[in-house]
Ligand binder design. Sequence first.
Ligand code: DQA
Length: 147
Amino acid sequence: PIVLVLNGPNLNLLGLREPHIYGRDTLAGIKAMVEAWGESFGLEVEFHQSNHEGELIDWIHAARGRAAGIIINAGAFTHTSIALMDALLASEVPAIEVHLSNIFQREAFRHHSYIALAAKGVICGLGVQGYLLALEAVKGLIGQDPP
Ligand code: DQA
């Protein structure tokens, strides 16, 4: 089974960007970990990052009927993008929302997520481990009837 792991704007700068908030791991490091974890769960990870909303939407559309799950850290688009929410709903692929930081401990504008309205579950504040837990959740959903 294929799992799409999507990362939104500014996450290409992980490792350099506000390491006190987002940690020291680079996106390349996270990609390697996520791919290895996916393999251990028998999942084929397709890992992407884009700073462009439309490119993320195109990947979500391409997942329809093809991917078992979408793990998405939409970065700041989380808090603004009705279009990403609609794309996830249209894809009919179960989505797990991930954030490295605990968005509820931060500014009020980060407390609302459009992605959450289209997600099966949300994991935040656990750093890179959130991606691992999301993979485990997708693994658990495979073969289950949608609720
Ligand atoms: C983030 C949280 C967002 O509020 C922020 O805009 C990001 C990263 C996280 O992983 O903690 O870019 O999604």
